[in-house]
Design a protein around this ligand. Sequence first.
Ligand SMILES: C[S@@+](CC[C@H](N)C(=O)[O-])C[C@H]1O[C@@H](n2cnc3c(N)ncnc32)[C@H](O)[C@@H]1O
Length: 338
Amino acid sequence: MVDRGPKMRGAETRERWAESITARARAYWTPQRRKGLLGGMRLLCPPWEAAPLLRALRLLRGDASMAPDAVRKYMQVSHMAGLLEPALRGLAGRFSPLRVLDAGCGSSYLSLLLGWCARNRWERPVEILGVDRDPVVIRRCRRSASAAGLEDLVRFDVAELGSLDVPEAWARAFGRASGGRPLVHVLVALHACDTASDDALALGVSWGAELIAAAPCCQAELAREWGALSDAGARGPFAPVWRSGHLRREAGATMTDALRTLLLRGCGYDVTAMEFVASGHTPKNTLLRAIRVGVPDPEAFGEYVALRDALGGADIRLAGLLAGPASESTSDGWTKPR
Ligand SMILES: C[S@@+](CC[C@H](N)C(=O)[O-])C[C@H]1O[C@@H](n2cnc3c(N)ncnc32)[C@H](O)[C@@H]1O
């Protein structure tokens, strides 16, 4: 059978295609190749078990092999999902359906992988909504979901994160109103560009998500502010960093993440910043994992202000989005948004 992948049409049914790619994957992934791919690691959806999903996502070729680029993406989403799995499994036992928002979902690697895990590993009802501002990408996501047989639990919507109306988007995607708060139990965002990660984090906080997991990408906001300070001839202990474009970007990304963790803690989250995958698979490999404890931490806000001021005084976008008095250095409290 010629594998035309997720675009197949006509008499060739999805089931037959899925059986066929599964058979090819089992033949291709010999014990030696499995070891070559994973070493001793156990991942949630190895290609020999999740071939239709991975083929629908174009992470597998027609012969079930994986191109080097695909290996990198596969490792990113698999490791991120693996790190979140214990929390997701627990939440799936508490909320039915568990509602997961994938903010800046791109080609839906993470949305569909989580959908596959919910069906095949956790066996719990979920609604996963992938949101992206690119309509072409979203059309492709819908085709992939259908090819993977996950279109009933993973849906997509075209929207800007900064102006996303979550209840409306959910109703559009799943065809009914959500039935009251909390609407979003889990917020994930993998490599949402620059300040889109801040929009994603703010959405998670404003909806009281139990779990927020963001792996930010190419933050440029602080670097821009620092460049302006350098151009204006500003002086300070960080001026050597402000003067170098490369150092601005590198330090700006790390400091943005540090400031984000403080703001999330201020809003009542227990936050861990960790490396989620080896840097060979992506240099953007910091994961901010925030678990809601529900008790705001005003001291974290004070730390935010101290760090912000030490760095030159520029707020990050998340501070403004969280609507609290983030730019007031004398604040003794924190107003959780909405
Ligand atoms: C680098 S891609 C990552 C996609 C996907 N999460 C992944 O890891 O493969 C970033 C995606 O975020 C989307 N995006 C960026 N800013 C956005 C915004 N403000 N609102 C909605 N989507 C956004 C882009 O269209 C793009 O598809």
